[in-house]
Design a binder for this molecule. Structure first.
Ligand code: UDP
Ligand code: MG
Length: 328
């Protein structure tokens, strides 16, 4: 049996500090896997430059020039981690047999790749990397991240617990992932929806080797919200249920107020009225906000904007094209 061609897909955004440390590690891993006879020597490390404003793209180009195993594509601007990974996977899907997506900061244990490839060779089409321990993450990060997975589950979105975007996907599965045309992408939720046989591989999550995280709380909350609203409509059901519940309470209160008015006891109760108005006002605003999120999503989806735009590839010459005829 021919050995599979592996492409390691790595999103990079302003990573000039960590890239020189981790790139050789990825290269070494490729070598190891090739020597162990698990993958073809035509395997590659594909960097996706996500519109970095530092020297990341220069570094990638340099590496590609010196070693044919390094290749890279460049997004026309910063579009975020999920879009960068998707761009890389879509680039890879027709040129390799398997892909492994991983962050470039060395936080996810590169050695888990051996077990991922083994699992593929044994028949799995998708292998999820699952974080067994995350001691190196701050308590806050761990707390918010794990809370996120639990919330996702309660809200009806199917995700693999403690699995981020470190995973092996076969080209066969990617061909089908390409048919998921949504613009609001949340790969963790989309990949399980494609189906096919899958398994998990656990590893310990380390600290970043250099540089700092690009996922501040704001982006994490945005990702969580996107994850939930892209995968599940349960929040809308919850709003409806809450609406019915509060309407019933309101009805009871109305009867109570009328009865008190008839009995001539209406002086008291100002405070409770105000409380109710505030409470209901708040709930209505939240509900409208959540509904608005879904409507906004629909709006974005109907536009069908491209999910990524690749402006350069290391294996293509960057040439500006001018019109032959300059008469204009
Ligand atoms: N990343 C990206 N685009 C962005 C932000 C991040 O491609 O807009 C990449 C980044 O270079 C890294 C990965 O996504 O390879 C994960 O980012 P980071 O390590 O900053 O997040 P954390 O691990 O702290 O969640
Ligand atoms: Mg990281």
């Amino acid at each position: 049996m021919a050995r599979p061609i592996l492409w390691i897909v790595i999103p990079c955004y302003n990573e000039e500090q960590v890239l020189p440390i981790t790139a050789p590690l990825f290269r070494e891993k490729l070598r190891e896997l090739t020597e162990a006879g698990k993958i073809s020597e035509n395997s590659r490390v594909l960097f996706v430059n996500d519109g970095s404003s530092d020297r990341t793209w220069d570094l990638i180009r340099d590496m590609a020039e010196k070693d044919e195993h390094f290749i890279g594509i460049c997004q026309s601007r910063n579009r975020g981690h999920q879009n960068a990974v998707l761009a890389g996977l879509m680039e890879a899907k027709d040129r390799c047999d398997i892909t492994i997506s991983i962050d470039c900061d060395g936080q996810d244990d590169i050695n888990a790749m051996d077990r991922m490839v083994d699992a593929y060779l044994e028949g799995a089409e998708i292998v999820y990397g699952v974080r067994a321990r995350r001691d190196k993450d701050t308590f806050f990060k761990r707390f918010t991240a794990e809370g996120f997975y639990k919330l996702m589950k309660t809200l009806g979105a199917e995700v693999v617990f403690n699995h981020a975007d470190y995973r092996l996907i076969s080209a066969r599965v990617l061909q089908h992932l390409a048919d998921f045309e949504e613009v609001n992408i949340f790969l963790r939720g989309m990949v399980p929806l494609v189906g096919f046989s899958s398994t998990t591989v656990s590893y310990d999550r380390a600290g970043r080797l250099a540089g700092k995280s690009h996922y501040p709380l704001k982006k994490m909350v945005a990702l969580a919200f996107n994850g939930i609203t892209s995968l599940s409509v349960k929040p809308i059901t919850l709003i409806t249920t809450a609406g019915i519940g509060f309407s019933l309470i309101g009805l009871i209160l109305m009867i109570w107020a009328v009865v008190r008015a008839i009995l001539g006891q209406t002086v008291a109760g100002w405070a409770s009225t105000i409380c109710i108005i505030c409470l209901l006002g708040g709930i209505q605003l939240i509900s409208l906000g959540i509904l608005g999120q879904y409507i906004g999503k629909t709006y974005l989806e109907t536009k069908r904007r491209p999910r990524y735009i690749i402006s350069a590839r290391t294996w293509e010459k960057e040439e500006r094209r001018y019109l032959e005829d300059n008469t204009n």
